[in-house]
Design a binder for this molecule. Sequence first.
Ligand SMILES: [Fe+2]
Length: 207
Amino acid sequence: MSEVRIDHAVNSGTFSIDGKTYEVENNIWVIGNDKECVVIDAPHNVDDIMAVVGDREVVAILCTHAHDDHIRVAPDLGRRTNAPILLNPRDLRLWQQTHPKENPDNELNHNDMFYIGGTGLRVLHTPGHAEGSVCLHVPNLGVVFTGDTLFKDGPGATGQSFSNKDTLLKSIHDHLFALPDETIVHTGHGESTTIGAEKTKTELYAL
Ligand SMILES: [Fe+2]
């Protein structure tokens, strides 16, 4: 069996919330071997995501949260690949602002495990940026995918609807800073970092 690897690209589009629209760049993360993979989030354009997937089978589309820059093309990607879309149920309200007529196929709940090519991904429910935000920890690869919960140089945004800063900081301390320091953090936007590097920036994460 071929080894599990992480493939990555960046694409761009818009993010709309609370009546405002912003231009954003999003990371596309695909984890898998030569035969099958999972896609984390579905930003902006199905063709951009399929360019990373290639001819592999997509086993699942795992949504870190339901802001529209992460899920707008998820139903189209699901139809293209026949893969189920999974989302934490606490983000259904947010999801329905973008997709009022079609729901995700299944739930992502805290401590759920997914296996791809024999490698486990563990779901961490980390509310704060959104109520249903999750991170995906892959211990075998020493990586955590944080969506918009944790970035290089700080926590995700909490100035908009469905966000709460105290909740976000508690999620980061309870679930992300509990991971090994050397864990690589792959984020929803911008550069990667490590848990250890972020932990040293104590003023950014003061409760
Ligand atoms: Fe977001």
